[in-house]
Design a protein around this ligand. Structure first.
Ligand SMILES: CC(=O)N[C@H]1[C@@H](OP(=O)(O)OP(=O)(O)OC[C@H]2O[C@@H](n3ccc(=O)[nH]c3=O)[C@H](O)[C@@H]2O)O[C@H](CO)[C@@H](O)[C@@H]1O[C@H](C)C(=O)N[C@@H](C)C(=O)N[C@H](CCC(=O)O)C(=O)O
Ligand SMILES: Nc1ncnc2c1ncn2[C@@H]1O[C@H](COP(=O)(O)OP(=O)(O)OP(=O)(O)O)[C@@H](O)[C@H]1O
Ligand SMILES: N[C@H](CCC[C@H](N)C(=O)O)C(=O)O
Ligand SMILES: [Mg+2]
Length: 492
């Protein structure tokens, strides 16, 4: 493709003159000098760690034919200067791949907790409605039945437009994606034509990255501001949890129609009453199209919210109520979210991805309602992340557990003992908790101490199959370790 034609077809760079761009053929777009292919257009991005402008020579040596930059760089290929390479990258990638998101139904899900769970619910519903689906999120990317690994919950703009193109080629009808606040602030989803934007909730997380909660909320609201911007169509919807304190920030960001959902107030999608049992939940969902009686294997009041959000989107797309009901009832669960490890032991072991104060409290409140014996919690906090959530997570664990084993999560570049000190320094009830840095030994202690009918919660890593220590990833899976240690105890 000629660079001039590519640039002409973008939404923001199209005014550039042909003589500025020359007669250059472009075969790909790259943002990482280490991945540049011959004939590519290299876009210099200023990152949080390094500045892509510093890698421009290496990109050109590897075969980049032109460069998009924010400041002059010394190379002997054409350089186009733009005010924001972040915006330019998204715009160019979107144009290069032919605006793929406009050809499909794209649902974006944002909020602190519940995004992955909601993508699984929506995938089940749209699939049950005979649509071909794709999902991008924390666990992986799925196109039809094929799964691919991802580095981020919401990958960069280049990855996204490229893969949206592959999804369109694969005849995908509906794409369901998690949209993180990092992605929104870093412009990773710019140019995506979302049809629905869903808001789950906001509670403390990522205050290492966002200076305060209002910045975090503002970042989330960008998804709603983006709704309908690409095409200007008034057929988009914001599906919003109006029980959440920040819901108005999201509502005010969009001019599109709102589908509200609630457990506490009058809303388009609402539930008046529910029952919680060891086998899941049952409740009636009121929608303008009728009532949907739901029974589900998902546990916890918070999952009612996730289901209401999913129904909000499905209702908006006129999916048959029986189809919605069937899909939700058939969903067995989400990997690493309230996942039971059952090796016929006389106590219960739950692995859950709760890694924020709010999610940990929610999952422990659920356990509190279901428990038949004592509660033992194994939990840690990730390194290089929000330090101020550490004592709060420890408090949540102590409030709802009889015994807590504080341990490592992903220490990353931090000293695990320092993370554990941040969690536990303020705690006084020393007879109710242990600090055991090795996660395996911590799980072992919980399993050794469990009595009949007790419940063990292993929180924080859910589906993760590694531990990140100083940039090296070692295989570690809470579910595997728990199963192995339970079996060892049963065989002794
Ligand atoms: C803190 C953060 O968000 N970092 C993200 C950011 O990386 P960065 O700014 O450090 O990038 P950088 O290394 O400085 O590189 C800048 C530019 O130079 C280029 N470069 C770099 C080196 C080189 O040799 N050559 C070169 O060209 C890079 O390709 C890039 O274009 O941009 C990258 C590309 O989009 C992301 O992969 C990366 O996510 C890292 C891995 C990360 O851990 N992010 C987490 C915090 C995150 O984003 N999490 C959210 C989920 C959060 C949640 O809701 O729970 C997510 O969406 O995953
Ligand atoms: N709607 C909800 N409200 C509060 N907590 C929830 C909700 N849904 C799930 N949780 C809790 O949060 C944990 C993470 O859930 P999930 O993975 O669905 O969220 P997420 O938003 O995708 O998280 P991440 O930002 O890490 O990708 C679950 O294991 C559960 O403990
Ligand atoms: N998306 C979240 C996941 C945290 C999971 C937890 N296991 C940790 O490593 O802190 C983050 O990157 O902050
Ligand atoms: Mg997620």
């Amino acid at each position: 493709m000629k660079l001039y034609d590519l640039v002409s077809s973008t939404q923001t760079l199209h005014a550039l003159e042909r003589d500025v761009l020359g007669d250059i053929d472009i075969h790909s777009i790259d943002m990482d000098s280490r991945q540049v292919e011959r004939g590519s257009l290299f876009v210099c991005l200023k990152g949080l760690t390094v500045d892509g402008h510093d890698y421009v020579q290496s990109a050109v040596q590897q075969g980049a034919r032109a460069v998009i930059a924010e400041k002059p760089v010394d190379v002997d290929v054409p350089v186009v200067l733009v005010p924001s390479t972040t915006h330019a990258l998204a715009d160019l990638a979107n144009a290069f791949y032919g605006y793929p998101s406009q050809a499909m139904n794209v649902v974006g899900v944002t909020g602190t907790n519940g995004k992955t769970t909601l993508t699984y619910l929506l995938d089940a519903i749209f699939s049950e409605a005979n649509q071909k689906t794709a999902v991008i999120g924390t666990i992986d990317m799925k196109i039809g039945d094929t799964r691919y690994p991802v580095n981020n919950t919401t990958p960069d703009a280049l990855f996204l437009h490229k893969n949206l193109h592959l999804m369109r080629e694969a005849d995908v009808d509906t794409v369901i994606m998690e949209v993180s606040s990092h992605a929104l602030k870093q412009g990773r989803v710019l140019g995506i034509d979302f049809d629905d934007a869903v808001y789950t909730n906001l509670s403390q997380d990522h205050l290492d990255y966002h200076p305060h909660m209002d910045d975090y909320a503002y970042a989330k609201s960008l998804l709603f501001a983006q709704l309908g911007q690409s095409t200007g169509h008034q057929t988009k919807s914001a599906v919003i949890n109006i029980d959440d304190d920040y819901h108005e920030v999201m509502m005010q960001a969009t001019g599109q129609s709102i589908v509200s959902y609630s457990l506490e107030k009058p809303a388009v999608i609402h539930v008046d009453d529910y029952s919680l049992s060891p086998n899941g939940l049952s409740f009636d969902v009121n929608t303008p199209a009728g009532i949907i009686p739901i029974t589900t294997k998902l546990s916890g009041k918070f999952n009612i919210y996730n289901i209401l959000a999913a129904i909000g989107v499905a209702y908006r797309h006129h999916i048959d109520l029986n189809v919605i009901k069937r899909a939700i009832e058939h969903l067995e669960g989400v990997p690493g979210r309230f996942e039971l490890v059952d090796a016929d032991q006389p106590f219960t072991v739950v692995v859950d991805y709760a890694h924020t104060p709010d999610s940990l409290m929610n999952v422990l409140q659920t356990i509190d309602e279901l428990k038949q014996g004592r509660v033992i919690t194994v939990v840690g906090c990730g390194g290089d992340r929000d330090r101020s959530k550490r004592p709060k997570m420890a408090d949540a664990a102590m409030t709802y557990s009889d015994e807590v084993v504080f341990t490592s999560d992903n220490p990353r570049t931090e000293d695990p003992h320092a993370i554990l000190a941040d969690m536990t320094n303020h705690l006084t009830e020393t007879d109710r908790f242990d600090v055991i840095e090795s996660r395996r030994e911590a799980i072992q202690t919980a399993i050794d101490n469990a009595q009949d009918r007790d419940m063990i919660l292993i929180a924080g890593k859910g589906h993760e199959t590694y531990q990140d220590v100083n940039g090296a990833r070692y295989h570690f899976d809470d579910r595997e370790v728990a199963r192995e240690l339970i079996q060892a105890r049963l065989n002794n």
